[in-house]
Design a protein around this ligand. Structure first.
Ligand code: SF4
Length: 940
């Protein structure tokens, strides 16, 4: 540090220039970000010393943001004098984020410095849920947990070990752990998040999400507030802005006037669940007006299979005209059959279903047609996650992409797997032979992910037990619907033997754990990440910042605990250590997967693991590293990211690799798609084979909250509870004071016409009655959503039990939780004891808390509503609104878990289970931690 005063005549030229050379990222220069050549000694004045000019020196260490799944690049500014991280900004050489971040990226420093974070391993010291904890050593915790797992595996009860993940933040590393342990124990949050959309996409081409090329698009069609919803927010938003600057028009289907909708050329405030009807009407306009890509359909859609199955006469005529041969008119029979099949989906029909004028639907369809080949689309959560049949919304959206020949084109939409790089890992265990019916029950053979949110009901039914249950950056009590049923399960040792909460911050579920183990925040751990942010693929390398800083300075650093705060440990090292304790002598065949590939018999290190991947698995990286005189691992520690491919379009048209499956198209053997037909499956025989033949093609399923189901005169409305705020991070927001200061309320959006009818005004308390209880919230009367719908963001409503350890004081209200037992469940009442108030801590800002609102925890009052096909929780609720009653208080939640179990059974009865002797699931459907094919077979 050096200090000058303004009188010294110091000038800005003394500082390094904020521009530079960005290897591997020639497409973009963000001139306000420091280039890598200045990262080793970045100098700037200390703003807190103003008006004195105090120069500080920083080491800038690249890492990856953990605050959503976009995996943007961050630069940590480490003060070289104190060795502390001062702040985070964007990494300009990261190909996905290109130096930019959203508010949540820089707020990482709040999480690191949070005075209430968990720094030491804790063990329950009283009854489960008593709030009593004692410090425990990592060794003692690991010996106990490892011993339980060893016994369960040795006794053939491996499925009683379950790893349940919220925000993964890694690519594939836990698959390796589960396979090495030989268990089918992976569980995820995906069926409360995105499974609906994933199934809709996967049925087309196996890839379960889209990668829109927004920057080159001519028309951008977005369903729901995807952008501001936070998922891929920053990488996609910046490219949408580029597309718009290049002349692209934007349409948003969303009942709420979201930030995205407010910037669009067209806002279509569709009734939730009617989106598929609108999209099919648009498809009809494209076909009727000849705006479809006839040649693309001929070559790449499995239309002949559909005609054979559903229109045999048309199939015969098509064959007579030359079938799918080049230049033949066979394809016209397909188009004619489409017209006949979808005749009811007129713009007028769609207008009745959605409330959007028919003329608007036609106008947007024509714009889509004019963008032919450059239609970028996306749906994530929103329509696909709120409604019965939401998966068909994604299927219909992709139908527009296919119809216009926009599949993996410049400005089009690519199956995401082609814009994501999946690295090969060292020491890959073989797939397991087991199948866990607590995660993939036979009722849901087409569920895209685990039926995670039904676990308490499965346990209640006696379908199984969990001996060791890891929740990992996951808070089911707060995040999932029906959280009080989760409490009933988690507190019961007969259902859950040992609950281990792996979390850097307190959450409502950790309260019911046996161990709370502090794992690293984003800048305290290693991970490999790749996401589909544009046309091409990259990898990003998350690294523990202070460990990298000290190692670069020549210090000998052991594991990440040596550099992280307290005894915070990164997970890679945790799982390696735990695996050695499960199998200390190697006799179980587990330990060998956690030994160094370079030093046989020695424990695997993170340098071994990532070094091997970078040396052996990433095309072009060893060469790029060698050009700079670095090893591949050194290169990734230096830059934090590497671009693997760029501008990668029309992969399916490439010649098939000699060893790969392919498809003959017009006399050439081409790569095609990863479906059974190797084509885009407009017609899915799989749907018929697994019991849903009526949904074999894109279609419209009326939602559980269709407008005809509501009696608005009686105060009924549709509650849209899914929308996110761009400033919050699910459960980890509570430890980010800047974000909480910006966003800490979740009022109920109510249209003025509904407010008048119900008799409520702005800021009035409203009782929102659901099928299993009610909650009390304040109204925000606004014209920013369509009448008949009310909306409440899911972020807020954090709580802690009285003064016990729990969720941080920035955001959580202390509550009382009262239970009244009854047959089949309990009646639970939760009530705020006080508001958020200033509090004493090491951070002086905690005494300056000016806000008092903690929001309302609405999800507790929602029953589970699993879609019978996709398994996705259908979030939207039919509710009845009334002014708060006497005695109601803001934040009250009342829930009857006996009712919630009864509703679970009603939805379960809608399923069509896999048949004994058949398959549990289509073999071509991927799965988290996919077992061997043999495990897919059900015993006769
Ligand atoms: S979009 Fe924001 S929260 Fe998500 S990774 Fe990027 S900076 Fe972090």
């Amino acid at each position: 540090m050096s200090e000058r005063t303004p009188a010294d005549g110091d000038t800005e030229s003394a500082m390094p220039r904020r521009e530079g050379r960005y290897p591997g990222n020639g497409e973009w220069i963000l001139s306000s970000a420091p280039g890598p050549e200045s990262w080793d000694d970045w100098r700037e004045y200390d703003p807190t010393a103003w008006p004195r000019k105090v120069e500080r020196h920083y080491q800038l260490v690249p890492t990856i943001c953990f605050n959503c799944e976009s995996a943007c690049g961050l630069l940590a500014y480490v003060d070289k004098e104190s060795g502390e991280i001062r702040r985070f900004e964007g990494n300009p050489v990261h190909p996905g984020s290109r130096g930019r971040v959203c508010a949540k990226g820089p707020a990482t420093i709040n999480q690191v410095d949070d005075p209430e974070r968990i720094l030491y391993p804790l063990k329950r010291a009283g009854a489960r849920g008593s709030g009593k904890w004692e410090r425990v050593s990592w060794d003692a915790a690991l010996d106990d947990i490892g011993g339980r797992i060893r016994t369960a595996i040795a006794e053939g009860r491996g499925e009683e070990v379950m790893y349940h993940v919220g925000r993964p933040g890694y690519d594939g590393s836990m698959d390796r752990v589960m396979k090495a342990w030989g268990i089918d124990g992976h569980n995820s949050h995906t069926n409360i998040c995105s499974s609906g959309a994933r199934l809709g996409y996967a049925l087309w081409h196996q890839s379960d999400r889209p990668s829109p090329d927004h920057a080159r698009a001519k028309f951008i069609l977005l369903l729901s507030a995807h952008l501001e919803a936070g998922h891929y927010f920053n990488p996609h938003a910046q490219r949408i802005v580029e597309g718009k600057a290049g002349g692209a028009k934007i349409a948003v289907l969303d009942p709420r006037l979201s930030n995205t909708a407010s910037m669009a050329d067209f806002w279509l405030p569709t009734w939730p669940g009617s989106e598929a009807a609108v999209l099919l009407a648009m498809a009809n306009v494209l076909i009727d007006e000849g705006l479809h890509d006839r040649e693309f359909l001929r070559r790449w859609v499995n239309w002949e299979a559909w005609l054979e199955a559903a229109h045999p006469e048309a199939a015969r005529r098509a064959r007579g005209k030359g079938g799918s041969a080049p230049g033949s008119a066979g394809i016209d029979e397909f188009v004619a059959a489409l017209r006949e099949t979808y005749a009811e989906f007129t713009p007028e029909f769609a207008a009745r279903e959605s409330g959007v004028p028919a003329a608007t639907i036609v106008e947007v369809a024509r714009e889509i047609g004019r963008a032919r080949g450059a239609l970028a689309t996306h749906v994530w959560r929103g329509a696909a996650s709120g409604n019965l049949g939401g998966w068909q919304v994604a299927r219909c959206l992709e139908w527009l992409v296919v119809l216009t020949g926009s599949v993996a084109t410049p400005g089009g939409t690519t199956p995401a797997a082609h814009d994501k790089f999946v690295a090969r890992m060292p020491l890959t265990p073989p797939p397991g032979e087991r199948w866990n019916e607590l995660t993939f029950p036979r009722e849901y053979p087409l569920s895209h992910h685990e039926l995670s949110f039904l676990l308490p009901h499965f346990l209640k039914q006696g379908r199984g037990r969990v001996e060791v249950y890891f929740t990992r950056v996951y808070n089911p009590v707060w995040t999932n619907p029906d959280g009080l049923s989760w409490i009933e399960a988690l507190r019961d040792p007969d259902k859950v033997g040992c609950h281990v909460a792996l979390t850097p911050t307190w959450n409502e579920s950790a309260y019911w754990a046996d161990y709370v183990l502090p794992t690293g925040l984003g800048p305290e751990r290693h991970d490999l990440m790749s996401q589909e942010t544009s046309a091409g693929a990259w990898i990003g390398f998350r690294q523990p910042v202070l460990r990298a800083f000290r190692a670069a300075a020549g210090e000998a650093v052991g594991d990440s605990r040596d550099a992280n705060p307290g005894e915070v440990w990164e997970e890679d090292e945790f799982w390696i250590d735990l695996s050695w304790r499960i199998d200390p002598d190697g006799s179980m065949g587990i330990r060998r997967w956690f030994e160094s590939p370079y030093r046989p018999g020695e424990k695997l290190t993170v340098d071994d693991y990532y070094g091997w991947i970078f040396e052996n698995s990433v095309p072009g990286l060893p060469e790029a590293a060698a050009a700079e005189g670095l090893s591949p691992l050194q290169y990734m520690r230096r830059y934090g990211a590497f671009r693997v491919t760029a501008d990668d379009y029309r992969f399916y048209e490439r010649p098939a690799a000699p060893e790969a499956k392919g498809i003959d198209i017009d006399g050439s053997r081409l790569a095609g798609f990863e479906t059974p037909s190797r084509k885009l499956e407009f017609f899915s025989p799989t749907m018929g084979e697994f019991g849903w033949p009526e949904h074999a093609i894109p279609g419209y399923i009326r939602s559980q909250v269709h407008w005809s189901e509501l009696d608005r005169a009686a105060g009924e409305a549709l509650l849209l509870p899914t929308f996110r705020l761009p400033t919050l991070i699910h459960t980890r927001s509570a430890n980010a004071k800047w974000l909480v200061e910006i966003s800490h309320r979740n009022p109920l959006w109510v249209h003025p016409t509904d407010a008048r009818r119900i008799g409520i005004g702005n800021d009035d308390l409203v009782r929102v009655n659901t099928a299993i209880g009610w909650f009390v919230v304040r109204a925000w009367v606004t014209e920013g959503l369509r009448p008949g719908i009310v909306a409440c963001s899911h972020h807020m409503g954090r709580w802690r039990l009285g003064s016990d350890p729990g969720v941080g004081g920035w955001m959580a209200a202390p509550v009382s939780l009262v239970e009244e037992g009854r047959e089949g469940g309990s009646l639970w009442r939760i009530r705020h004891q006080r508001e958020v108030v200033p509090f004493a801590s090491d951070d002086p800002d905690s005494s300056r808390v000016w806000w008092s609102d903690a929001g309302v925890h609405q999800n507790l009052a929602f029953p589970v509503q699993p879609d019978p096909v996709s398994g996705m929780h259908c979030w939207h609720q039919k509710v009845r609104l009334e002014p708060a009653r006497e005695g109601d208080r803001y934040g009250d939640v009342v829930v009857d878990t006996a009712k919630s179990h009864a509703i679970y059974r009603e939805w379960l009865a809608r399923t069509r289970p896999a048949k004994p002797g058949g398959l549990r699931r289509p073999l071509w459907f991927s799965r988290p931690v996919r077992p061997a094919d043999s495990a897919y077979r059900l015993e006769p």
